[in-house]
Ligand binder design. Structure first.
Ligand code: NAP
Length: 259
């Protein structure tokens, strides 16, 4: 692979991964750690963030855990400041923290609409705004946002689909604004991935996970469920120095064109 010769990353790249306590975020944190990045594991749940950070340290990765709600403006600024002071200026940001509040439109409460917008859209905006300064100062940076195949429309997910589609517009805009500073911004849009989030969905619709999973896999061209590591692989590519000419893109990681 050819490296970007216009902009070069700092010797020790520091990454922030939100929602790193479990699932896809934990897999991304491990994958970036394996690539030699120092990783700040941010989660609303300090205990799970600490579990991930401790696991990474056991693998020889510089890592630390931070508790923050990504939708809280003051908490976001404080956590980015702490990461910069303790691990070094963050030049990679993976906006992964997410929640579901699924319901059919006619039953969806305004509160459930707002919660999903707050975490996915406001959270990604706040984290990116707080972190970009370190990237523009370094003249190098990578932002990766977690979208979803639900951005294309999904029954029972008017709030989540709107937020995940909104993130794609945000991604392309950040790519336009920060490109001249050597900062790329891309989105990864997973399909069906086995995590606590999809287990909770199965439970909500009253199905056992095996049955729920089999029904989803039946519509996936590669004939299997996705794993957090599948998503982490795509995120790691966008974060790599070699991906410097790829920006504003949405990569569907779904075992097919759309599932
Ligand atoms: P998950 O297992 O539910 O993990 C999400 C993590 O984010 C949890 O540790 C959660 O903490 C944390 N979190 C939630 N709200 C937060 C907040 N306000 N601030 C900080 N952290 C917060 O979900 P996942 O399946 O790994 O999903 C990760 C991302 O991929 C999400 O953006 C999701 O929308 C996206 N995605 C997932 C799938 C899939 O099939 N799993 C498909 C497409 C896209 P708590 O548990 O303590 O609340």
């Amino acid at each position: 692979m050819t490296a970007d010769t216009t902009y070069t990353p700092p010797e020790q790249v520091v990454a922030i991964v939100t929602g790193a306590g479990r699932g896809i975020g934990a897999a991304i944190a491990e994958r970036l750690g394996a690539d030699g990045l120092a990783v700040a594991c941010v989660d609303i749940d300090e205990a799970t963030a600490a579990e991930t950070a401790t696991r990474l340290e056991g693998q020889g990765v510089r890592s630390a855990a931070y508790a923050a709600d990504v939708s809280d403006e003051d908490a976001v600024q404080a956590v980015v400041d702490r990461v910069a002071a303790e691990l070094g200026p963050p030049t990679v940001l993976v906006n992964n923290a997410g929640v579901l509040r699924d319901n059919l439109l006619f039953k969806m409460s305004a509160g459930d609409w707002d919660t999903v917008m707050q975490v996915h859209l406001r959270g990604t905006f706040l984290m990116t705004r707080a972190t970009q300064r370190h990237m523009t100062e370094a003249r190098w940076g990578r932002v990766v946002n977690l979208s979803s195949t639900s951005a294309l429309g999904n029954r029972g997910q008017a709030n989540y689909a709107a937020a995940k589609a909104g993130l794609q517009g945000f991604t392309k805009t950040v790519a336009h604004e920060l490109g001249k500073f050597g900062v790329t911004c891309n989105a990864v849009a997973p399909g069906f991935i086995v995590t606590e989030m999809t287990r909770a969905t199965a439970e909500r619709v009253g199905q056992g996970f095996e049955e729920f999973s089999a029904a989803r896999v039946a519509g996936i061209p590669v004939n299997r469920a996705g794993q957090p590591e599948d998503v982490a692989e795509a995120v790691a590519y966008f974060c790599s120095p070699a991906a410097g000419f790829v920006s504003g893109q949405v990569l569907y990681v779904a075992g097919g064109p759309r599932t």
